[in-house]
Design a protein around this ligand. Sequence first.
Ligand code: BDR
Ligand code: CA
Length: 311
Amino acid sequence: SYPIIFDTDPGVDDAQAIAIALRHPEIELLGLTTTYGNVDIDVATRNALLLSELAGRRIPVAQGAAGPLVKPRHPAPAHIHGANGLGNIALPEVQGQAEPISAAQFIVETVRARPNEVTLVAVGPLGNLAAALQLDPGIVEAVKRVVIMGGSIKEGGNVSPVAEANIFNDPHAASRVLTAGWPLTLVGLDATHRCVLSPADMDAIAAGQGELGAVLKGSYAFYREFYQQALGIDGCCPHDSCALAWLLRPELFTTARGHLSVVTEGDAAGQTLFAPEGRAFIDERWSRTPLVEACLGADGPAVVQWIVDTL
Ligand code: BDR
Ligand code: CA
């Protein structure tokens, strides 16, 4: 089985990924850690608690970053995920509470309790992982793997011509996390843009999920409007679910190993630069940064089918 901590800014596509993490029989969800991003931090934490309760589970939720490490915060994109992060649909009250420790502490304690077993799956801005690294740099050797939904190698960006949202929102945190030297896989737009979840797929998903299904379906309807207007497609990219799809079904993705760097300032802030392993550059710095694995593509229909089958 796959013991994971899921670091998230829920968010419509985050919500679907959380549902997968809660439901997949091979995933052991040790906790949800929350970050600002698609919504403010208190809303992110409320949504994480709510989604777990709607699935009939009480998963530990630890609250994390309220904003980026260095740069000023970019406003939450309310027209994409809704002001409440879940497409502005009416939501029931939350029963439970967040843990009394921060997301970063939760990550460190959980990883240290189970050395070399825990995979960190991060699908929002990367402040919590950066804070955990600062708290305990030794976790680099103690995690099993880090899987990140973020970045773009050749696909171009979704916030700017070159930057993907999760990296763009906190490029300084992303830079620390992506170059920390732990075993890391980047599942970016090169993979997630190949996957389009249709309204019919969503109906199939919602049918089996009770109250949770109603929230997934209602929020999806709002997200769908955005995709129609912004990209002219009828369907949504299940970005964050793709990180879990890679973990469980890596054969559905094409990947390459290489050296990664994040642009932190200027017009290209948030861009991920990738130098394939073995390629020599005049600037030797490129061969010194740690190697990571990055997705360059995906079998989109098969990934979408995996999501539908899982839920
Ligand atoms: C990422 O940005 C967020 O809006 C989504 O939840 C996803 O994590 C896609 O670029
Ligand atoms: Ca997200």
